[in-house]
Design a protein around this ligand. Structure first.
Ligand code: ARG
Length: 465
């Protein structure tokens, strides 16, 4: 099927044909293109725009193609795109009547309809995969409500935490990624079909009907916008880029936590590798690669934003180049999502180590200051000063958290304020105990097991919506 035959004589050079063909990356539009042609032909028939006999032949041919699969198409790069390859197939099968299928339809509205159909399915699958991952994380959190962990700011030891609480931070980030996709979906779920080349058509087509047949919730209100806009693709790539960020950040923590210096977690052998020269090595390669690959979607986002910037309305051939970058962002991010799900779910947590870290290095100091405020009614800033001094003296004297008792606190308090505090040994030791610390943080969003259980319930409600 040479579309050019009517207008020109002579062919494109092979290079030019190859340069302009989208056929390779159109492969993933195969199902959508059949659906689009089917819906359009059905509508044309129902509205009496094309002969019923011809429409039925076209629909049968589309069914046959669907059964045979993409290999039945001649995916020759001399075809500009899959729409031409499909047209060629139908024409070879039923002859010139195939041409009725193209009444009031352009490849301009067809391609963006196809991309939207395919993207909707991708988004649905990604949402499903994120929710599965969240479910795994929630199960892990339930098993680790009391598992002490250490939380960092500036990557410096900060306060005791539980592993469950940290895991639920991941779950909440992923939930927002999911919600972002749910929101984007609304803007993808609009039918441009019927925009035709750019200003619709003089045929009395029924755009609501094709939208309905294709499962679109809305018809796009403006045909110029219909064929020219790709903001839906850029937005979806942003969502994938943001999901990549969430996953890359998790991967980064696994790399840090699994180092000998941290020793907080160990990756399963299934997600680790070794060194070709250092026999002792166990490297978290999968986490590193997840972190590295998480940048790919950012590049695709910049590419697509640059492509759609500053081109005039309406359809421009530049838009063809959006799709491969969209698919690449999706494929890469899905791959990272899958591998991270596997890797996180098979992590071993080194509880002895995390318990030790939770209590070490004065991580419980904030609670000691809080106890002074709560029980002795002194301003927090004063308490902060006393405890800061306790820590610096203890470091100078080479003593640890467990050596700090009521006498010690009083001695420093006298140095700082001129009078002792007299908390008593019991309060001091409770304040400095990491498990008591986390259990006291029962505020909403806190790390106490009861608060984390509440956040798990909220998450489970979301997952079962
Ligand atoms: N292959 C094209 C694309 O992906 C389809 C539309 C082509 N339209 C045209 N007038 N050449 O954007």
């Amino acid at each position: 099927m040479d579309l050019r035959a009517g207008r020109f004589d002579g062919q494109m050079t092979d290079d030019a044909a190859k340069f302009s063909s989208s056929i390779e990356f159109d492969r993933r539009l195969f199902d959508a293109d059949i659906k689009c042609n089917r819906a359009h032909t059905t509508m044309l028939m129902e509205e009496g725009i094309i002969p019923e006999e011809s429409a039925k032949k076209i629909l049968d041919a589309l069914d046959k193609l669907e059964t045979e699969g993409i290999d039945a198409l001649d995916m020759n790069p001399s075809f500009e795109d899959i729409h031409m390859a499909l047209e060629d197939y139908i024409t070879k099968l039923i002859g010139q009547e195939a041409g009725f299928m193209h009444t009031a339809k352009s490849r301009n509205d067809q391609v963006c309809t196809d991309v939207r159909i395919a993207l909707k399915e991708e988004i649905e699958n990604t949402i499903g995969a994120i929710k599965d991952f969240i479910r795994t994380i929630v199960d892990m959190a339930k098993d680790n409500l009391d598992t002490l962990f250490i939380a960092y700011t500036h990557l410096q030891h900060a306060q005791p935490n539980t592993f469950a609480h940290h895991l639920m931070a991941y779950a909440n980030e992923l939930r927002r990624d999911c919600e972002r996709f749910e929101d984007t979906y609304k803007r993808v779920d609009m039918s441009p079909l019927g925009s035709a080349a750019l200003t619709t058509t003089g045929f009395p087509i029924n755009r609501n009907r094709t939208a309905e047949l294709l499962g679109f919730t809305k018809v796009m209100d403006n045909s110029i916008d219909g064929v020219s806009s790709r903001d839906f693709a850029a937005e979806a790539i942003f969502d994938y880029a943001m999901l990549s960020t969430t996953l890359g950040k998790m991967a980064d923590e696994v790399v840090i936590w699994s180092s000998y210096e941290f020793r907080m977690v160990e990756c399963s052998n299934q997600y680790s590798s070794t060194s070709s020269i250092m026999p002792q090595k166990k490297n978290p390669d999968i986490a590193e690669l997840a972190r590295g690959k998480s940048t790919i979607a950012y590049g695709e986002l910049m590419t697509v934003l640059s492509m759609i910037k500053g081109i005039p309305h309406s359809y421009n051939r530049d838009l063809q180049e959006v799709s491969p970058h969209l698919w690449n962002a999706i494929d890469n991010t899905n791959e990272i999502l899958k591998i991270m799900h596997g890797m996180i779910s098979t992590l071993t947590i080194n509880k002895d180590r995390t318990e030790y870290l939770a209590g070490a290095n004065f991580a419980t100091a904030t609670e000691l200051a809080d106890v002074m405020v709560r029980h002795k009614n002194i301003p927090f800033r004063t308490a902060h000063k006393i405890v800061g001094r306790i820590v610096s003296e203890a470091i100078d004297e080479g003593i640890g958290t467990n050596d700090i008792d009521d006498d010690y606190v009083n001695r420093i308090s006298e140095m700082v304020t001129g009078s002792p505090i007299n908390l008593g040994d019991e309060l001091v030791s409770q304040a400095l105990n990491p498990l008591k610390n986390v259990k006291s943080r029962t505020v909403k969003g806190g790390c106490a097991p009861s608060a984390v259980e509440e956040s798990i319930e909220i998450m489970e409600d979301y997952l079962s919506e």
